[in-house]
Design a protein around this ligand. Sequence first.
Ligand code: IPE
Ligand code: IPE
Ligand code: MG
Length: 250
Amino acid sequence: MSTNPAIASLQPERQALKIPDHIGVIMDGNGRWANARGLRRSEGHRAGVQAVRRIVELCISYKVRCLTLFSFSSENWRRPPDEINFIFGLLRRFVSSDLNRLVAANVRIRIIGERAGLESGLRAIIEEVEAKSAANTGLDLVVAFNYGAKAEIVSAVRQIAGKVATGEISPDEIDEALLDGHIYTHGLPDPDLIVRTSGEMRLSNFLLWQSAYAELVFVEEAWPDFDEAVFLKVLRTYSERDRRFGGIAS
Ligand code: IPE
Ligand code: IPE
Ligand code: MG
């Protein structure tokens, strides 16, 4: 992409960067971004969608295999109904317009999270987009919506317990790979990098199982300000990390 000439001139540096296979993003700070500009929180969410479009293009351009975006948590139901409705409206539009365009661009889409809480119209569009893109071979785009990692683990454990109860598997067959096979992100690599914007340093119930060995990078910029310069800063930080996985320095 590199529309910015200053960034295009960083081409040699770009080649030296380590590119994670899977990036997870906690897109935080929309509300504060808007408040700081005297705008309503909803304007921050609207600007956040533009940043989503940017990071998807950046991941395609930098050949990241998989991108998971945290867009609504199971705890976000604690927000005022007006804000929740606004976010759902944005998601509905994003799923029906942007995602369809991305399907045509060879992006494979998966929406993770609890579907039972979503209205049937939205569920149907999500299922259609996933089915249409299932054979795509480009970027794996995972949207975590109505997602909570603890609920995801509970749901996997419940499915496994059901199989034990019917005798399909025995308790000693339960291992990490089996649990991996029952979580929403089954078949995708674990995230190498988790990024959170807006200066908050916590995971807020995002990909707890999958991020056991992820590098965590926190940036001060609010999500609506996420652009190629911030993306490069994050990749630079990630590239400098020594991932030891319990071993010794490389
Ligand atoms: C992230 O921005 C978007 C969602 C959680 C849906 P916030 O809405 O959390 O913005 P802040 O953290 O209040 O600034
Ligand atoms: C996490 O952000 C959820 C998303 C980015 C969708 P929050 O703003 O909801 O997290 P907390 O409440 O500050 O931990
Ligand atoms: Mg927040």
